[in-house]
Write a protein that binds this ligand. Structure first.
Ligand code: PXL
Length: 275
């Protein structure tokens, strides 16, 4: 029997099920990868105190990582929300010592409704210690702005420029996601030499919760199946665009994407690219 590739996600648990660990594991399952998890924090808003991020201890994080590594083994690591400088340092150390070569890092900083998913003092550690380990990083526009020390992005040209400048900070492949621009949903991949654009028609919906997590999880899964980085980005764009098109309106504010949509309904649309 052909065993599925093994992916470990190191991220926060999103109690609502749309993002974080939950989105990652659903996506891995859809794409026939064996999913494992290291939960760094629970994201769940307490009704009285309002506390939203409940960190796990360094010991708990190390234990989960060690279990996945020794019990199953890991082909690809995907990293999402880490929150604190201390957790970032530990995760960087664990990855460095692991020998795993394919690392997809979503530099999660700010969630929907501006919920804070990365501490202010953690950005420099993230840039210096963790992101250089990545095969690919996948910042959205606010995250790209943060990585560039506050540089605003308002046009497709500026998005391309941001990809160049972020890549020059010392990262291998940078996918800057232009979901917050108007017009088509355009993302730009840059590896220091060539650009790839991944473009889809905009879908008018509020059901995009966890789309970023789902996109990077799908990239990890396609890489785990042996696709090239460019192929993985285009296939993952198709996966997430289809998941957004079939998202759920459980309430009127914001809903989850539907991770099974591609399998169930087929691709919503062709993804356009410059290649
Ligand atoms: O979508 C960003 C994100 C990532 N990880 C976790 C989250 C969220 C958004 O809420 O909860 C755990």
């Amino acid at each position: 029997m052909n065993l599925p590739p093994r992916i470990l996600t190191i991220a926060g648990s999103a109690a609502g099920g749309s993002a974080g660990i939950q989105a990652d594991l659903k996506t891995f399952q859809e794409l026939d990868a064996y999913g494992m998890s290291v939960i760094t924090a629970m994201v769940a808003k307490h009704p009285v105190t309002g506390k939203n991020v409940h960190l796990q201890s360094i010991e708990t994080i190390e234990a989960q990582f060690g279990t996945a590594m020794t019990q199953i083994g890991v082909d690809v690591i995907k990293v999402g929300m880490l929150f604190s400088a201390e957790i970032i340092e530990k995760v960087a150390e664990l990855i460095r010592n692991s020998m795993v070569k394919t690392i997809v890092i979503d530099p999660v900083m700010i969630g929907k409704f501006n919920s804070k998913l990365l501490a202010d003092d953690a950005i420099e550690v993230l840039k210096e210690k963790l992101l250089p380990l990545a095969t690919i990083i996948t910042p959205n526009m606010p995250e790209a702005t943060e990585l560039l020390g506050g540089k605003e992005i308002q046009t497709k040209e500026e998005l391309k420029q941001a990809a160049i400048e972020i890549q020059k900070l010392g990262f291998k492949n940078v996918l800057v996601k232009g979901g917050r621009l108007t017009g088509n949903a355009v993302d730009i991949l840059y590896d220091g030499e060539a650009f790839l654009t991944a473009e889809a028609s905009r879908i008018d919906t509020v059901n995009t919760s966890g789309a970023g997590c789902t996109y990077s999880a799908a990239i990890a899964a396609y890489l785990a199946h042996g696709k090239t980085i460019a192929e993985a980005v285009l296939l993952a764009k198709e996966f997430v665009t289809t998941a957004i098109a079939h998202g759920f309106s459980y309430n009127e504010h914001v809903g989850p994407t539907y991770h099974a949509a591609l399998r169930k309904y087929g691709s919503i649309q062709r993804i356009l690219t410059n290649n």
